[in-house]
Design a protein around this ligand. Sequence first.
Ligand SMILES: [Zn+2]
Length: 247
Amino acid sequence: MKVIYSERFLTVYSSDPASAPGRMEAIVRELRGHEFLEPEPAGEEDVLLVHTPSHLERVKALPSVYPVALLAAGGAIKASELACGGEPSFALVRPPGHHAGPSSFWGFCYFNNLALSLQRLLSRRKVGKAAILDFDLHYGDGTAAIFSGSKRASYHHAEGRREELLEGIASFLSREDYDLVAVSAGFDNHEEDWGGTLSTSDYREIGRMVKEGAEEKCGGRRYGVLEGGYNHAVLGRNVRAFLEGFG
Ligand SMILES: [Zn+2]
């Protein structure tokens, strides 16, 4: 599995839990054996595919955040390009993005990494229709707002009790038509994280379901982007389990 990552994501750019020291280190430690690739920062034109100019200016005014937010967006873009070429990949990036809408951001998010990387592929006609699976504890209101009304992207948030959450994912992946799957991979719904619902092996199973759905429907084209996950003691092994199923 190709993992898009830069040591610049170790930067503590704010005081929120997504930016906490040790968080990325906890994941990187568990991902030995994967091939790591360095991202390029996204350009302003990429950000403006899904965000308003005033949104861009508001993030630009945060000097500790702006460069790392552009690099995180660039990481998602690189993962999306690889996926398009048939190589499943994972963007190990921060800040996360799924709470960033066209002109708003909150919940530790600034630019919507997944949405802008996907919109770039849709705009360039590299993808006709995409399925977006978000299994973070929190609903990706930013992503849902960006693609609201779009016939070219379907958004599904995995929620509910464990069994219904897993069944909901399976049903979404089998029901929809798509030629690429983009995953907002948040790990804060683990039994030892904020949500308290999923086991480590559930993340492996979710990865496997996406792989199977993508192989059945779209030649295996899939990529994931890191969102939440805050218990450093379990985060790394949860990401590793997901990639074992997903790869
Ligand atoms: Zn979350």
